[in-house]
Design a protein around this ligand. Structure first.
Ligand code: NDP
Length: 450
């Protein structure tokens, strides 16, 4: 026991901060956490959870349409945005209070307010100053809107979930996770949706074939403007006018900038410590999440390595165990499965073809484009796609990519197999579950050399 008030003071009660606090407290540390905005952070309040609820709502539109080919008859299916918003708010409030009470039940002291560093071991929250042996910065990120004329008229993902009614039309700027997910649900919830992206296909960083397919799929439900970018937004009496860089003009009631997120690291009192930021404002840490100040650590979106909730959870947990429990293996960033909850879903684990090639790996590609059984009767033209990359040296599956309904659900099991080092031979020796979409993973036989 030393003279500090706490063994660990965590700034930010989002995914990484809450996980680190609870694990540390369970390991016997005296822990405090400060949160200025909302318990659960981005994921619970304005990210993964509300987005998934809106995506579920959007799926009903497709289901109603598809049901007709299966004999269902109805004349009046209408969507009420206000009901979805009200029910979503109720659920988010329930989750927030669960997060707060989990902290309290673990014996963590909770401060509601903005915390700032006032030295390597001191934190100020309101007019109270505390000391801590270790400090963890788990302050998360915030939507970034590029600088252009009229950018103040654009809202971000944060504001979308506060909208009490749906706009008649919306323009979504960007081509990453948030842009494709939000455009997918807006388009199905009765909003005329335009997607403006500066690249020639969506989801940069994903496998190229996946990008081709999903760009084609989103073009079915949205007005897609590629290879162009916003130049200015002019407010008109009843709408916003968008002027694009090529001179194209568009109109929309709302504009959502889904143009990336940045670490929320301003005004934290870092100047009173040796903590350093990179050019994007991310906190620089070593492989143990330690900053240039030996008593201060950082995890999650604030360090901008992989901005995903499960990664922040893993980092927070690893750090708490490292500080107060047994030393664990280094954090592994390989084979992180991820899904984009657009319609259809994109899910991926391991390398894309360009990544595998850049690493100098020799690999084979197994792939299939198909229309799922359900759509033989629904009449929907939606395509599904699957691809496995197999390392020639040891037959291990080093990349899996799936575009399909519920691909996010299906990729989780594949990720377990990949983390266990599964070979293509093991995939082939596994019997399919027939008839399912997932059986495609074990029935790919035709290979092409990449
Ligand atoms: P992304 O980085 O995924 O995408 C940002 C998009 O904005 C890109 O298409 C990018 O274009 C474009 N862009 C960036 N700057 C500009 C600019 N100045 N002018 C025009 N376009 C620009 O960020 P998101 O905001 O979509 O999401 C942030 C992060 O949150 C994701 O990367 C992901 O880590 C996480 N997330 C995860 C989700 C999930 O797990 N399902 C869901 C939502 C978010 P370009 O490609 O050309 O750079």
């Amino acid at each position: 026991m030393d003279s500090y008030d706490y063994d660990l003071f965590v700034i930010g009660a989002g995914s990484g901060g809450v996980r680190a606090s609870r694990i540390a407290a369970n390991l016997g540390a005296r822990v405090a956490v400060a949160e200025e905005r909302y318990f659960g952070g981005t994921c619970v309040n304005v990210g993964c959870v509300p987005k998934k609820l809106y995506s579920y709502a959007a799926h009903y539109k497709d289901d109603f349409e598809d049901s007709k080919g299966f004999g269902w008859e109805y004349s009046d299916a209408r969507f009420n945005w206000a009901v979805l918003k009200k029910n979503k708010d109720k659920e988010i409030n329930r989750l927030k209070s669960i997060y707060e009470s989990l902290l309290q039940k673990s014996g963590v002291s909770v401060f509601e307010g903005r915390a700032r560093l006032v030295g390597p071991n001191e934190i100020q929250v309101g007019n109270k100053t505390c000391s801590a042996r270790h400090i963890l910065l788990a302050v998360g990120g915030w939507p970034h809107v590029p600088d252009f004329e009229g950018s103040e008229y654009a809202i971000t993902s944060n504001e979308v979930f506060g909208m009490s009614s749906a706009p008649k039309s919306i323009a979504v700027l960007g081509g990453g996770y948030i842009a494709v997910e939000f455009a997918s649900f807006f388009a199905r919830l009765g909003v005329e949706t335009t997607l403006v992206y500066r690249g020639n296909k969506l989801l940069r960083g994903f496998d190229e074939d996946v990008r081709d397919i999903i760009t084609g799929e989103l073009a079915r439900s949205t007005n897609m403007v590629l290879e162009d970018d916003i130049s200015k937004i002019i407010k008109q009496s009843n709408c916003l006018k968008l002027v694009l860089k090529t001179g194209v003009m568009l109109e929309a009631e709302q504009v959502v900038a889904a143009t990336g997120r940045k670490p929320l690291t301003q005004d934290l009192g870092l100047e009173t410590t040796a903590v350093e930021l990179d050019d994007d404002g991310a906190i620089k840490v070593d492989s143990s999440f330690c900053t240039a100040e030996p008593s201060i650590y950082a995890v999650g979106d604030a360090i901008n390595r992989v901005a995903l909730t499960p990664v922040a959870l893993m980092e927070g947990q690893w750090l708490a165990q490292r500080l107060f429990g047994e030393t664990t293996d280094p954090v592994r960033y390989e084979n992180i499965p991820t899904a984009v909850f657009c319609h259809p879903n994109v899910a991926t684990c391991g390398y894309s073809e360009p990544q595998a090639r850049a690493l100098g790996l020799a690999f084979d590609v197994y792939e299939s484009r198909f229309r799922q059984l359900r759509h033989t009767l629904s009449g929907r033209q939606e395509l599904s796609y699957i691809k496995l990359l197999v390392n020639q040296a040891d037959d291990r599956v080093i990349g899996a990519h799936f575009v399909a309904p519920d691909a996010g659900e299906l990729m989780q099991g594949v990720a377990v197999a990949m983390n266990a080092g599964a070979t293509k031979r093991a995939f082939d020796a596994t019997l399919g579950i027939h008839p399912t979409l997932a059986e495609e993973f074990v029935t790919l036989r035709e290979k092409r050399v990449a």
